[in-house]
Design a protein around this ligand. Sequence first.
Ligand SMILES: Cc1cc2nc3c(=O)[nH]c(=O)nc-3n(C[C@H](O)[C@H](O)[C@H](O)COP(=O)(O)OP(=O)(O)OC[C@H]3O[C@@H](n4cnc5c(N)ncnc54)[C@H](O)[C@@H]3O)c2cc1C
Length: 394
Amino acid sequence: MPAAARTPHLPAGTTTADVLVVGAGLAGLHVATVLARQGHDVLLVDRRTTLAGAIRTTGIFVRKTLDDYPLPDEHLGPPIRRVLLYPPDLRRPVSLVSDRDEYRVGDMARLYEAGAAAAADAGVRLSLGTRYAGRHGRTFHLIGRDGPTDVRARFVVGADGARSTVARDLGLDRNRRLLVGAEEVYEVRPNGEPPTFHCVLDPALAPGYLAWVVHDGQHAHVGTAGYAHRFPEGLRRAVARFSASAPGLAGVERPEAVERRGGPIPVGGVLRRISCADGLLVGDAAGAVSPLTAGGLDPCLRLSDLAARVLDDALTAGKPDALAHYDGAGLRAAFRGRLSLRRGLSHVRTPAATNAAFTLLRTPLGRAAASRVLFGDRSFPDRPTAPRVHAAHR
Ligand SMILES: Cc1cc2nc3c(=O)[nH]c(=O)nc-3n(C[C@H](O)[C@H](O)[C@H](O)COP(=O)(O)OP(=O)(O)OC[C@H]3O[C@@H](n4cnc5c(N)ncnc54)[C@H](O)[C@@H]3O)c2cc1C
């Protein structure tokens, strides 16, 4: 049964919870489920009326996530091992083939719904069509389908995406460095080629990032991302232009109606202040996205694990300063190299500079460096830790 169908409406009035989680993307669903499994009373709200709609991500999961998190196999596309990197003229792509399965594209609508079902089974109260609208101390204001509701919660978790309102209300850091990305998605048939991730580096189509086609034999994702103010004709036009000439789509007929996805991508690294006495941030709200690859699905799961541990300590030990251990400044250190590379990439502004970069990419050293970024294991600190509150306090 879809999650929306078994989601009770939040009654107007006042309710209580140990933890209010705002946002039922991957980060919010994960942290809410882990907390409920630990025995806490969790209310999870999202302004979307269905988790199968308004999807913002391509849904490429990297090998490390697939190894460490039990995502339902039936909602994942075929494994991808091949990446082709193209210069602006699309000629002579650099081909990188891994000897392991590196990526799988998730059917995100089904994955969110499966996540919501798992959350509900763990005891999470999920309320869709419910917008977080502000707070007064530890009373949080929601606007639901049946009207306004106040929630008195011990803690709030901001899992409300790159432009987090919860971060603003808690006085925490907010994402300032953002890319914007958009793509179209449609069904395709296998084309005789192995599932492939095509990446085009072209500062006119994707200023500061890349344009992509993922063709895994089931779906095509055709999109681009970059710094919003540097798209010469705007993001929408860039997607349309790319879609008309994108590589890897020979013999593919683009249907008239396609699914469109898009949204902001924080690339400034994990924010420094991501917690206070009343709550904390996870996922895009915390800036937990690889600044180089712009991949956020793996980091949002790992940071949510850490958040659930810290909140569990705070709720069971009742120590007011427990959330102080949830500190973004320490996590930023792991991103230092990738933040420098991101700054480097943001300076590649002309086709000539991109072509020069390709001269390097074609050398053995360049290929090795690109393989490390694309097939590496280091999307986010493996098991981010915070000191646990001593058992005697529990
Ligand atoms: C075009 C694009 C493609 C991408 N592709 C990939 C990819 O292939 N692989 C990868 O690893 N990463 C990718 N990313 C990044 C990745 O999608 C994100 O990092 C990740 O989805 C973040 O999850 P989240 O749960 O933190 O936020 P989100 O998925 O954005 O969820 C936030 C939720 O909060 C809800 N919300 C917001 N405000 C409120 C409010 N006031 N009240 C109630 N609810 C609210 C929203 O409705 C939403 O459901 C992509 C990003 C974009 C934009």
